[in-house]
Design a protein around this ligand. Structure first.
Ligand code: NDP
Length: 488
């Protein structure tokens, strides 16, 4: 079996114990993973704190930090094929997607390399004649970054890039499911020449490793991606150290198709919006709202496309849907479908797990238009399941789109420019895609509200999340300081 190590204070460690990682395509162990427990987590946080307060990192200029990030970007681009193979092997995400996504991860590091020396404070036109006042944007401190099992390299880049650009140090916890690509990525951090302790990479279990990390007194900010349930635990944990938090959580994103839309484009966008990454995507367009008059025509297109999707081993370039990451995930999806069918939802296609080996689930379309209480319309599957409902009017479309506790992303398909603008204004999600879906860029902020979390990843906004403002007052008068008990 392949063997991986933790990365703490610039050195590689075996961890407190070892656990096997399963290949989701076969359900069998393929790699031997290190587990971080209390001593390893503490060592990593202390190393990050030392690196933040002493040694070369705090003395570096922002431009020097940028150059380290550029070097890392080049190393990621060079290692992209190896990283893609590892992520596919350990998580089941198909090779076509890991190859494209990891090549793009390098662009996130490039973007934040360029941003490092543009995180500026401001000079204030203060209301006192003998004072100069300005603000400095300073790094917030040690960051605990926690990612779930899907797209770990990408979800780490959107945290590490801005955190390092801002001058923070980081302890990154990979999920216990599929940690191989991040543990391999530690070698690139090492090779890029970051001083020891600036980036530490762990894996281990949520209730132990994750809990200890997020309650640690030396952690100043927690950047978390995962489900809302875990996010609640993380926010409770942050009551211990009063760390600030940014939370990127799940979604039940509405994909709204009006009867004037280009239905072929909309169908293609919907199919990739829900079935890409085998549906294990926070922005999955998992709730189709289709105008009632075109429901049958649109569903017929989607059914034909869904049934033509090639389900096969994730390591083949032609594969379009691979296995789910875990058996637990497969069983959760099957149970939510069954509960929805019991409430009156109708299966258009798919609906049952495929026989093993491996954790395969076919593209599934569930017509919930006569089942408004079906859990499929409210709960995130995090799998290849599209829940469908209908609307008659624009107001009804907006009301249904916003009838969710989540607020991450939405898609609107229409040829009417004025309607598009009304929908953009009315929809309560952090990202709105119009006549497109699932586009992302390091330049564009990304994030949600409600059960989808808070804070933004991408763009300048993300880098500012890793800073704190210091206000400087400098007295310019040479006159003696007057009597302190007279305010002026
Ligand atoms: P989880 O919330 O279960 O886990 C996320 C991370 O938190 C994992 O590393 C996990 O460790 C860790 N963790 C678990 N318990 C604790 C704890 N008590 N304290 C600290 N850390 C803990 O998410 P899933 O792995 O199930 O991922 C799927 C979820 O992630 C979905 O809801 C999805 O929508 C969301 N997501 C959101 C994205 C966004 O950008 N908005 C992007 C991608 C996914 P371990 O794995 O070891 O349990």
């Amino acid at each position: 079996m392949d063997r991986f190590q933790l990365y703490i204070d610039g050195a590689f460690h075996d961890g407190a114990a070892r656990f096997p990682s399963l290949d989701p395509a076969t359900g069998t162990p393929w790699a031997d993973m290190p587990e971080a427990r209390a001593p390893e987590v503490d060592a990593a946080v202390q190393a990050a704190h030392r690196a933040f307060t002493s040694g070369p990192w705090p003395k570096m200029t922002a431009s020097q930090r940028g150059r380290l990030l550029l070097k890392l970007a080049d190393l990621v681009a060079e290692a992209a094929p190896d990283l893609a193979r590892l992520e596919t092997r350990d998580t089941g995400k198909i090779i076509r997607e890991t190859t494209a996504q990891i090549a793009y991860v390098a662009e996130y590091y490039r973007y934040y390399a360029g941003l490092a020396d543009k995180i500026e404070g401001a000079h204030l036109p203060i209301d006192k004649p003998d004072m100069e006042v300005w603000t400095r944007r300073e790094p917030v401190g040690v960051v605990a970054a926690i990612v779930p099992w899907n797209s770990q390299l990408f979800l780490s880049a959107v945290k590490l890039g801005p955190a390092l650009a801002a001058g923070c140090t980081v302890v990154l916890k990979a999920s216990e499911d599929g940690p191989a690509p991040l543990l391999h990525f530690a070698r690139l951090i090492h090779a890029a020449g970051f001083p020891p302790g600036v980036v530490n990479i762990l894996t281990g279990f949520g209730p132990t490793c994750g809990h200890i990390l997020t309650t640690h007194p030396r952690v100043a900010h927690i950047a978390f991606t995962g489900g809302p349930g875990t996010a609640r635990a993380v926010v409770r944990n942050s009551a211990e150290n009063l760390a600030s938090t940014s939370l990127e959580l799940g979604g039940k994103s509405p994909f709204i198709v009006f009867d004037d839309a280009d239905l072929d484009s909309a169908a293609n966008a919907q199919v990739s919006g829900i079935f890409a990454a085998t549906g294990q995507s926070c922005v999955a367009g998992s709730r189709l709202l289709v105008q009632a008059g075109i429901k049958d025509a649109f569903l017929a297109r989607l059914k034909a496309k869904a049934e033509a999707i090639r389900i096969a081993s994730p390591d083949e370039m032609e594969t379009e849907i691979g296995p789910l990451c875990t058996a637990r995930q497969r069983d959760h999806i099957a149970a939510t479908i069954a509960a929805s069918v019991a409430r009156g939802a109708k299966l258009v296609t798919g609906g049952a797990a495929l026989p093993g080996p491996g954790f395969y689930f076919p593209p599934t379309i569930l017509d919930c238009s006569a089942a408004p209480d079906a859990p499929a319309l409210a709960d995130e599957f995090f799998g290849p399941v599209l829940s469908v409902t209908t609307f008659e009017t624009e107001d009804e479309a907006l009301a249904k789109a916003n009838d969710t506790a989540y607020g991450l992303a939405s898609g609107v398909f229409t040829r009417s420019l004025t309607r598009a603008h009304r929908m953009i204004r009315g929809i309560r999600t952090g990202v709105v895609w119009v006549n497109t879906y699932r586009a992302v860029s390091p330049i564009a902020p990304f994030g949600g509200h409600g059960l989808s979390g808070h804070g933004r990843e991408g763009g300048l906004a993300a880098a500012l999340d890793y800073t704190t403002t210091k206000t400087v007052w400098l007295r310019t008068s040479d006159d003696p300081i007057p009597d302190p008990f007279i305010m002026r």
